[in-house]
Ligand binder design. Structure first.
Ligand SMILES: NC(=O)c1ccc[n+]([C@@H]2O[C@H](COP(=O)([O-])OP(=O)(O)OC[C@H]3O[C@@H](n4cnc5c(N)ncnc54)[C@H](O)[C@@H]3O)[C@@H](O)[C@H]2O)c1
Length: 450
């Protein structure tokens, strides 16, 4: 390893996960099984990928951990918050992502992970109905705490966890349900002082519970990762806090099934200068995430995130002859995304894409993609990478929006107030990721062919 500027990854890394559902329990169980040598961390870039460093005769391919100091899986300590009181073993069994034989060997460890009460407001996820929620006692009655009380109790939770588990560092990851869509409001969300005032005034319409988690994490100096499509990390007030506290922040929405395919396939259309007249994507999904997304207001949040993927890859403003067909307000070509809740499938989502393209002299063609994936199996390695790389970024002195993590995210953070465009193209995102690791490792960033 060349670079000594990065603080070493010494001691325990606390990974505090908001939500103890399908994704969180698949991540935790997988990490514990890998630690015991009973599973392989398939799909995790930090555990499996090799990056070329150096050129010509000096070139070599190294694992991430050989280039930069990453926390070891053995040093990870998990904690969680959830609306339901079930421990992580019970939650993993309920999720039915993994078979019992892949959960039992780490049952004891999972049982010891009991969710802390959630900072929750049912208006943000109407289909969720649990009792393990934070309370503000008023005349002997339990009522929802104010947004500022949520922040303060979450900060206490983080501090207590860090001390009890003797963690050197903490990363907070949102893997909880998608909240209803909260449009960005300049008066509340642009400046930190306005956001704090809204929290203190208990403005429940403009301040989502997820914003309280993000605020609490950053205020405690912990990197925060938003895995759902919530607008939480899209607001300049949260960027301001991340910069003030010099803490990394990343989001949003894990790039797993259909969007992963989309951001990998759309570059093929673009690179060959083929035209696109429409892209229709639909899914069936039967887990609790699917149940929450069956609520139109929650689906709206997901839809906005999923639609954004093609916008910067297939651009009608640059190629009107190729991508100016159709009348969709944002993209010109027709781009539709649907998610249908269908309980028999559980976590085993099925996605269909119908892509109407055209070629030489405008002749039409179709591509059909049928992806039978497993949502949480694709999400778990991303969560691990996002946590380890956010922790790395913090130790490397990086703070604010972590653009190099766009590779893992459906709707990457970008400063739209300055007209910045996000990078959605999977292979450009991969180059950004590799170059960030090279740079942090003291190697020259480059774009040579591997
Ligand atoms: N699995 C994927 O491929 C994928 C991809 C992209 C994004 N996501 C997002 O990741 C999130 C988690 O997905 P999942 O399949 O694990 O869902 P899940 O429903 O199994 O788990 C989410 C958990 O969050 C809890 N929760 C809701 N609000 C909370 C709050 N305010 N505080 C604490 N806990 C809260 C719920 O009780 C539930 O147990 C969802 O938002 C989903 O949209 C998943």
């Amino acid at each position: 390893m060349k670079n000594n500027d990065i603080k070493p990854a010494e001691g325990h890394l606390g990974v505090m996960i908001v939500g103890c559902g399908a994704v969180a329990t698949t991540l935790m169980t997988g990490v514990m099984m890998v630690r015991k040598g009973l599973a392989k961390p398939i799909g995790s870039m930090t555990q499996m990928d090799c990056i070329r460093v150096g050129r010509g005769a000096a070139k070599q391919y190294l694992h991430y951990g050989e280039i930069v100091p990453l926390a070891s899986l053995d040093d990870i300590v998990f904690g969680t918050w959830d609306v339901y009181p079930q421990n992580a073993y019970q939650a993993a069994m309920y999720a039915e992502v993994l078979k019992e034989k892949d959960i039992e060997p780490v049952r004891d460890e999972l049982e010891r992970i009991v969710p802390m009460p959630a900072a929750f407001d049912k208006n943000y996820a109407k289909r969720i109905d649990g009792t393990n929620v934070k309370c503000s006692m008023l005349n002997g009655q339990c009522s929802i705490p104010t947004r500022w009380e949520m922040v303060e109790t979450l900060r206490d939770d983080i501090r207590r966890f860090k001390q009890e588990k003797q963690c050197q560092r903490i990363v907070v990851l949102w893997a909880a349900s998608t909240e209803i869509y909260v449009p960005v409001d300049e008066k509340v969300h642009y400046h930190l002082s306005d956001l704090e005032a809204a929290m203190k005034a208990d403005n429940r319409e403009k301040v989502a519970p997820s914003m309280c988690y993000a605020y609490a994490a950053l205020a405690e100096g912990c990197p925060f990762v938003m895995g759902a499509p919530n607008t939480t990390v899209d607001i300049p007030a949260i960027w301001e806090l991340a910069e003030r506290m010099r803490v990394p922040i990343a989001g949003k929405d894990f790039k797993t099934g259909q969007t992963l395919v989309k951001s990998g396939f759309a570059p093929m259309i673009a690179s060959r200068c083929l035209g696109l007249s429409g892209w229709f994507s639909t899914n069936i999904l039967g887990n609790r995430d699917g149940l929450v997304l069956d609520e139109p207001e929650n689906f709206r949040t997901k839809e906005v995130s999923k639609l954004s993927t093609l916008e910067t890859i297939l651009r009608p403003d640059v190629h009107p002859d190729l991508y100016g067909h159709g009348n969709d307000e944002d993209t010109q070509y027709y781009h539709k995304v649907r998610i249908n809740y269908y309980p028999p499938r559980g976590d085993q989502k099925e996605g269909w894409d119908n892509i109407d393209i055209f070629g030489w002299m405008g002749y039409p063609m179709q591509v059909k993609i049928n992806f039978l994936c497993r949502d949480s199996i694709l999400a778990a390695p991303l969560c691990l990478d996002l946590c380890l790389l956010s922790d790395l970024a913090a130790r490397a002195g990086r703070y604010g929006i972590q653009r190099f993590l766009s590779f893992f995210l459906k709707s990457p953070m970008h400063d739209y107030t300055r007209g910045e465009q996000p990078v959605n193209h999977l292979y450009q995102q991969y180059t950004m990721l590799k170059n960030a690791i090279r740079e942090m490792g003291g190697y020259e960033p480059d774009e040579e062919i591997d």
